[in-house]
Design a protein. Structure first.
Length: 402
């Protein structure tokens, strides 16, 4: 059982991760696109390096969380993440900042994320008391709101310098480690007489079998592939390049793009919280994904930075609903003893596709400029929505939120 302050500690730990992640999203893009002035292809490679460890290690992270408990794995992963910004700070101070050193930082932080994400997601359902969707909405609202603060901090990178912002990020992550350490939770962990490696392999296979054999889990995983490939790839590669291509390309502009997106995410989650949830999450998922795809295409036609920010805000509102509904469906449909692994597959589908999407969008910008790349990605999302609607029954799926 959780202590009375268990939920607050969890929310604090969760908030520190997303506050730090908000800082990192802006600073990382700023270092690559502005400070190092890398080509679109190299920007795509850098963002791919941030996602690559998730593709490799996140299933292992989910299995470790199921075996040893999400709290312990979250402590280890977030402790490692807190060391990353310190290492990059030392590199910058020594005058050795380069594309290669930023790639090493990306790989380190991506590995830490592969441990923290499924562990944190697995802990969430233990607090839900049968009302998973409502807690997912609440956590998402806090997450998106706190990210805005992170973006505002990172917006000062030009004035404060990267080292100050990175040290702030490390301190925030350290606070989250303390919160996870103070969290008391009665976790039922899986045990096996098999060796460590064999247990990890068997547990991953078991989780994969569950996802494949459960229609709702499989459909959400497949839509996550489309979302990561087209939406995430566009957001982390094409949008920063569009800002550099058509606008001033400062850390402030990158931050405002992220703030607008997070504000839209916050609005959609706050609206859902006031509504009390959605009875048919599959229907909401597909409609909001279609809206996000259309808005992505609209971003290609924005004539001013203000218009672009407004479109990104609306895009965030649609994307927020997609994220909340997909995460709620996975949490509700996953067997309790496999939740860490199931959520790892959920994250893998998104991050893995985002990795490919980073490279794809980098190449598309090289060939068609940023506007053409956005229109290509928007078409991909709309096609995915149509295929899912025709081939799956998720449109009729009902939630157990009430």
């Amino acid at each position: 059982m959780f202590r009375p302050n268990g939920l607050n500690l969890y929310l604090l730990a969760n908030s520190t991760w997303f506050l730090a992640f908000g800082i990192q999203m802006v600073v990382f893009a700023w270092l690559i696109t502005i400070q190092l002035n890398e080509s679109p292809t190299r920007v795509g490679v850098a963002q791919m390096a941030l996602l690559l460890p998730s593709l490799i290690f996140i299933l292992v992270g989910g299995s470790l969380a199921d075996r040893y408990g999400g709290r312990l794995i979250a402590i280890i992963g977030q402790s490692a993440a807190a060391l990353g910004p310190i290492g990059l700070t030392l590199i910058i101070v020594s005058g050795h900042l380069s594309f290669q050193t930023v790639i090493l930082f990306a790989l380190w932080m991506g590995t830490a994320q592969a441990l923290v994400t499924p562990a944190r997601d697995g802990l969430l359902a233990k607090l839900a008391e049968g009302k998973v969707q409502k807690l997912v909405i609440k956590v998402s609202m806090i997450q998106f709101g706190i990210q805005i603060l992170g973006f505002m901090i990172a917006a000062k990178a030009d004035q404060l310098g990267a080292t100050t912002v990175l040290c702030t990020q490390s301190a925030i992550l350290t606070l989250g480690v303390i919160a996870f350490a103070a969290l008391q939770v009665d976790e039922s962990t899986s045990h096996s007489d098999a060796g460590f490696t064999r247990h990890i392999v068997d547990s991953i296979i078991e989780g994969f079998t569950t996802v494949r054999s459960t229609p709702a889990l499989l459909t959400v995983t497949l839509q996550n592939l489309a979302m990561g490939l087209f939406l995430m790839g566009s957001y982390i590669v094409t949008m920063p390049l569009l800002i550099r291509q058509n606008h001033e390309g400062t850390s402030s502009e990158l931050a405002w793009m992220n703030i607008a997106n997070a504000a839209g995410l916050f609005l959609s989650s706050m609206t859902l919280l006031k509504m009390g949830g959605v009875k048919r999450p599959g229907r909401a998922l597909l409609l909001s994904l279609a809206a996000a795809g259309l808005l992505l295409g609209c971003a290609a036609f924005a004539r001013s930075f203000a218009e672009l920010i407004f479109v990104v805000f609306l895009w965030g509102a649609g994307g927020g609903l997609v994220m909340i509904m997909s995460r709620s469906i996975m949490q509700e449909q996953a067997p309790a003893e496999q939740r860490g692994r199931i959520m790892a597959f959920f994250s893998l589908s998104f991050m893995g596709a985002g990795l490919v999407g980073s490279l794809l969008n980098g190449y598309l910008v090289e060939i068609f400029r940023a506007e053409g790349a956005l229109l290509f990605a928007a078409s991909g999302i709309i096609l995915a929505v149509v295929l899912i609607r025709v081939t799956s029954s998720i449109w009729h799926l009902e939630s157990h939120w009430s």
